[in-house]
Write a protein that binds this ligand. Structure first.
Ligand SMILES: Cc1cc2nc3c(=O)[nH]c(=O)nc-3n(C[C@H](O)[C@H](O)[C@H](O)COP(=O)(O)OP(=O)(O)OC[C@H]3O[C@@H](n4cnc5c(N)ncnc54)[C@H](O)[C@@H]3O)c2cc1C
Ligand code: FES
Length: 345
């Protein structure tokens, strides 16, 4: 068994024990400490932190876009790739007081496929049932890591449902990439009754308390999954905050969950669904057109005091992260999940 070391996080004053053979992020998650993270693969920089004391740290492979060499030399580290070989004190550059203490310890589990349906030509609706553990606590908006059968790889997928308390079911929306390791397997080989190994829950894309503050959701592609979870949870919990969901798709055939989103407009007291198409040619479309961030820029002029939730492909998320603060959303109130893909390198 590998040696353990104490890792202290400042300024929150939380201590964990980390095995040399696990990353610091993973050790924290296992102990119910939910640190800021995104890809968990050294690509997105969400987990970047600073070594205050101790420097005996080894990193697994990461992208130098996320951690350039000069930053590493100054003492910056990526917690999703870092292994501690001595006791450390680490300054968290990015943390969320509300989330850090609410972390649910991650669990390893096995799920059985219930159904795989078509949401659009390239989005699939995967429903699974937990076999073990029988139930899993998670916050709406979080995700699980799925082991890709026959490989050492994992892929992350966000739950679109709000809990699995009643029937152990979990629901996902998954984009099929040509040649995609997991998504092609899902599309061509996975069948109801098959079993998959999962780990989780992970993620900090969860609805934060801010009574009465308006909420702006911006999503694209499979990014609809955790946003659906947040909207469904608002409806279940009777949260009547003014809310709008801007969803970007290419063409009409890429739109999904339209009926449910319109039903949510009826159910939630002040909610609007605004889909937009970036390539509407010949679709007979009379709704919004253009990139979803351009639509937000056109329609929203004053977002001071609003909270924003952004989820989807990295370029869309990055554009939204620039735009929303410029429209008045406080930077710290823009919550996001970037659906980074391993293949992008
Ligand atoms: C926190 C988090 C949550 C996520 N949640 C979801 C979710 O709910 N639903 C979902 O569908 N995905 C989600 N993802 C992405 C998901 O984890 C996989 O990365 C994605 O499904 C691709 O996996 P794959 O094995 O099918 O493809 P891979 O084998 O990883 O690669 C796909 C192939 O397509 C290429 N490729 C990769 N990205 C693109 C791109 N953007 N455009 C064109 N070609 C590309 C690659 O170069 C490669 O050849 C999430 C990711 C993160 C980090
Ligand atoms: S770089 Fe660590 S979570 Fe993305």
């Amino acid at each position: 068994m590998a040696d353990k070391h104490v890792v202290r996080f400042e300024p929150v004053g939380i201590e964990i024990e980390a095995d040399e053979d696990q990353t610091i992020l993973r050790a924290a998650a296992e102990q119910g400490v939910m640190l800021m993270h995104g890809c968990k693969e050294g690509q997105c920089a969400s987990c970047k932190s600073f070594l205050l004391e101790g420097d005996d740290v080894e990193h697994e492979r990461y992208s130098t876009f996320a951690l350039p060499d000069f930053e590493k030399e100054e003492g910056y580290t990526l917690l999703c790739r870092a292994h501690a070989y001595e006791d450390l004190t680490i300054e968290l550059l990015n943390y969320d007081e509300e989330m850090i203490h609410s972390g649910l310890p991650i669990q390893e589990g096995v799920v059985e496929v219930v159904s795989i349906g078509h949401v659009t030509h390239d989005l699939r609706h995967l429903v699974v049932r937990l076999l073990e553990p029988e139930t899993l606590k998670f916050f709406p908006g979080q995700y699980l890591d799925f082991a890709v059968p026959g490989t050492e790889e994992t892929r992350s997928f966000s739950m679109a449902n709000t809990s699995c308390r009643e029937d152990g079911r979990l629901e996902f929306v998954i984009k099929v990439y040509p040649g995609g390791l997991f998504s092609q397997f899902l599309d061509t080989r996975l069948r109801p009754g098959d079993r998959l190994a999962v780990t989780g829950p992970f993620g900090v894309f969860t609805l934060r308390d801010n009574p009465d503050a308006p909420v702006v959701f911006v999503g694209g592609g499979a990014g609809i999954a955790p946003i659906l979870a947040l909207l469904r949870s608002m409806a279940e919990r009777g949260i009547g905050r003014p809310a709008v969901f801007y969803y970007g798709a290419r063409r009409r055939r890429d739109l999904c969950f339209t009926e449910e989103l319109h039903a949510l407009e009826e159910k939630l007291p002040d909610f609007r669904y605004v889909p937009a198409l970036s390539e509407p040619d010949g679709d007979g479309w009379d709704g919004e057109t253009g990139l979803i961030t351009d639509v937000v820029r056109r329609r929203e002029t004053a977002l001071r005091g609003a909270d924003a939730y952004v989820c989807g492909p990295p370029p869309m998320v990055e554009a939204a992260l620039e735009l929303l603060p410029a429209l008045g959303v406080p930077e710290k109130r823009v919550f996001y999940d970037k659906f980074t893909t391993t293949g992008e390198g």
